[in-house]
Ligand binder design. Structure first.
Ligand SMILES: [Cu+2]
Length: 107
């Protein structure tokens, strides 16, 4: 290897290290904001209903957490606002044959 090639490799390696070091910051800037909502659901009568609602909602792109409460007749859903909207979650629940109400934001 010539001296020039060695120098190029050192410079390239340095630039690569800077790029790599910059990547996590860039990713965290683009990290989507998470939002949690309670969505009332009519029509859930048993634990099977709750599970029937939970699984497809959990599989929606952007959803990170789903808790379905049979007692409260509601679902608490945490999702990335850049990838999903509460309206789409409501539509998904309605599409399962239940009736989703107005989402209410949770602190
Ligand atoms: Cu049921």
């Amino acid at each position: 290897m010539t001296g020039r090639q060695t120098m190029e490799r050192v410079i390239f390696g340095f630039a690569g290290a800077v790029l790599a070091a910059g990547t996590p910051a860039a990713v965290s800037e683009e990290k989507p904001t998470l939002r949690t909502v309670d969505i009332p659901i009519d029509g859930m009568a048993c634990v099977v209903c709750a599970a029937t609602v939970k699984k497809p909602v959990k599989s929606l792109d952007g959803v990170s957490k789903v808790e379905v409460s049979l007692e409260k007749r509601s679902a608490r859903v945490t999702y990335a606002t850049g990838r999903l909207s509460a309206e789409r979650i409501v539509a998904a629940i309605d599409g399962l044959g239940y009736k989703a109400g107005t989402p209410r934001e949770v602190e």
